[in-house]
Unconditional design. Sequence first.
Length: 312
Amino acid sequence: MKKVLFIGALFLGMVSLNAQTKEELQAQKAEKQAAADALQGEANALQAQIDALPGWRKGAFGTIGGSISEFSNWYSQSAVDNSSGTIGFTVNGFANLIEDKFFWRNSLNVNLGWVKLDDKNDPTDSEDFEATTDVFNISSLYGRNIAKNLAVSGLAEYRTTILDNFNDPGYLDVGVGLTWTPIENLIVVAHPLNYNFVFAKNDAVFQSSLGAKIVADYTRQIGAISFKSNFSTFQSYEDGDLSNFTWINSFGYNLWKMIGVGFDFGLRSNKQEALNYALGQYDVTSTTAEPTFDNVDNKLQSYWLLGLNYKF
């Protein structure tokens, strides 16, 4: 009986000792974590001071997504035996020179995608990857400060496709005006004097014109999250049918080292592109009216991509 009581007391003592040790370890961990948080706060403050210094700021992040599949005897679809694959990627890069009296901001956005569908029962179908998403946008903004958050500026922006119909159409905006930076990371460009050069084979639809250029760009990194939103619009003084806008958004979340998940989506409205597409689909033997600027259905263009993200 004495042995049983002794063993029981020893067991209770060990449990109490372990519990006490665990509490002590948790307290030590809390102290270390508080010290680490304080040091991280100091490091973040120093980084903010470094970022505010004059000089170059460079960076890039991108998203890649894809899928593959194969079906055999899948009778609920028209191509019962097929293999397919998709792949797409985006790259967002910037190189900004920030000085006390002037700035020079350069940005690049590329979004490319391909899809392949191989119908094994159709020997005439294509086995190649076909381009589906094709976006290329590069811009350069130079400004001379006239106030704390205001500058006289000049902008050159070029947009086109590079996989299919390169520079057909292509858009080059060149203009001057003002750039406003109300808060950190937000750039608002208002150029009332801007010429929109349009390059295309079909010059009956695509026309260059004088107008106003407005751009709003917000790029920021918060911890593991990187995101960029860019809205660019041209408003023609000559005809509203020649106006257009593009809004591109990119998000990245870092999971491990430089790898994470990313999501990109874009919206665009361009009546010239809508009319050019409608004319390409129009059957001259049809009884319907030929597409014109007055009757064309200018639907909102969009794309999105979800996949792995890599931060450079």
